[in-house]
Design a protein around this ligand. Structure first.
Ligand code: GLU
Ligand code: MG
Length: 445
């Protein structure tokens, strides 16, 4: 399989029958339409019309009418224009299908203020205007899941018949080999879509995998690619009769799935500033910014009820704002590396978070830490995940209150963003809690 050349003029690869044209919503989920090739020829220049409120649905696709968007306003359409360079074939589709990422424009032709891509673009521009040039990469973890005899969701057993259920498969070569048909198809698919990875890892959970994309100097593109990577992973799995899931914590006894962001800063010549003279101070200030914005950004890093189950001692997911060198128990890890690759690994976000909002919150924190010359706490030198920091939200409702009241993050994001996000996610969680579950019966009946 070869890489499809992105077509700047939005022409389709030869033989394409349909094109999936979609935006990325506030949950990091693609939403849009499947058009015929002829329909695309008409729509690509004028815009693909659909409801502007598609960007602010909840995780399930349910309209919650945040700030009256999609309800009080009569649910107007917006026009989705193709984002240059992100039109590719969809190799896992049964028919010749292509896909295009759209950017939504309102009636006035301007981008919508609540489009997560625009929110991230503004933070990146603010960083660049102050001479801060980020280089980033995103790591995404996911499970292949199946069902046991009783129909319960379990990690997919390997083809050799093992039933993982509990336990771990960390760095298992056997699990990689067992699922090689899927993993190799996925790797080729990502390459064909211009998403080059640098390897495959079996993660701590059995049936849990991680794919890393190469680092690059465009945080918006990296976030776009993370969403496309999730879509490709789910799509390739489904095409092979499997199911891949980026749910934050699908199994209570097993490792959760994270979205880790590696970030460094480079100078105008592309040289790593953290690894250069004076770089340690800069790196410490960036970490200090992440510590300062941690509590108020939690809802962005962990936007679901499930996501808070990830933060457990001994699961490589920090419950504090600790940082440290070569230490996986901290929130902000400085991986062991040569000066040219000196970077911070931000380990807090869940695999199903919006990569755009996560990236925006991280870059806002770096900008704040450096411009305000903040100082971090002393680095952790031993295991740091045994105790939780008391100031951090430990459930979705507390996190939503914190993002609504965000004093610093609020300056970097649109003024009504905290309220908008909290309205959507609070309604989503309330719907989840409206149900009386079997667990509740076993406790209280
Ligand atoms: N699975 C862990 C998480 O939820 C991270 C494990 C690791 O890659 O260090 O973030
Ligand atoms: Mg990992």
């Amino acid at each position: 399989m070869t890489t499809t050349q992105p077509s700047p003029d939005h022409t389709l690869p030869p033989g394409t029958r349909f094109i999936d044209a979609f935006v990325i919503d506030i949950n990091g989920i693609p939403r849009g339409k499947r058009l015929t090739a002829d329909g695309w020829a008409r729509a690509a220049s004028t815009g693909v019309a659909f409801s502007a409120s598609a960007l602010v649905l909840d995780h399930r696709g349910m309209a919650q009418g945040p700030l009256g968007i999609g309800t009080a306003d009569g649910d107007p359409d917006a026009a989705g224009l193709p984002v240059p360079g992100l039109l590719h074939r969809v190799p896992w589709a049964r028919e010749p299908v292509a896909q295009a990422l759209l950017s939504m424009r309102g009636r006035d032709g301007a981008p919508l203020w609540y489009d997560p891509r625009e929110i991230l673009r503004a933070v990146v521009e603010r960083c660049r205007a102050d001479g801060l040039h980020p280089v980033v990469s995103i790591e995404l973890e996911f499970y292949l899941v199946g069902a046991d005899a009783a129909g319960r969701v379990v990690p997919l057993p390997g083809v050799r018949g093992d039933v993982p259920g509990t336990g771990a498969g960390h760095l298992s070569m056997q699990h990689l080999e067992d699922h090689a048909a899927f993993l190799h198809t996925l790797h080729a698919t990502l390459l064909a879509q211009g998403l080059p990875g640098d390897g495959l890892v079996c993660e701590y959970g059995p049936g849990q995998f991680e794919l890393n994309l190469l680092h690059g100097p465009d945080p918006l593109l990296a976030a776009d690619q993370a969403v496309l990577q999730r879509r490709a992973t789910e799509g390739v799995a489904a095409s092979m009769g499997l199911r891949a899931s980026f749910m934050a914590k699908p199994f209570a006894a097993l490792s959760g799935s994270g979205l880790h962001v590696h970030v460094s800063l480079v100078d105008e010549g592309g040289r790593n500033r953290f690894g250069a003279a004076g770089g340690e101070t800069l790196l410490a200030q960036a970490v200090a910014g992440m510590q300062r914005l941690h509590a108020q950004s939690m809802a962005v890093f962990a936007p679901s009820f499930s996501a808070y189950r990830r933060y457990r001692p001994g699961s490589f997911v920090a419950m504090s704002s600790a940082w440290g060198e070569d230490n996986r128990s901290v929130a902000f890890r400085i991986p062991r590396s040569a000066p040219a690759a000196r970077r911070i690994e931000h380990r807090l976000a869940a695999a199903d978070a919006s990569p755009h909002l996560v990236m925006a919150a991280i870059l806002a924190a770096i900008h704040h830490g450096i411009t305000q010359r903040l100082e971090p706490t002393p680095p952790a030198t031993a295991n740091a995940d045994a105790a939780a920091d008391p100031g951090l939200p430990t459930d979705i409702f507390a996190a939503l209150r914190a993002v609504e009241a965000a004093d610093v993050l609020g300056i970097y994001l649109p003024p009504r963003f905290g309220k908008l996000f909290a309205d959507i996610k609070r309604a989503e969680a309330a719907d989840l809690f409206a149900d009386v579950t079997p667990a509740e019966h076993s406790f209280y009946l």
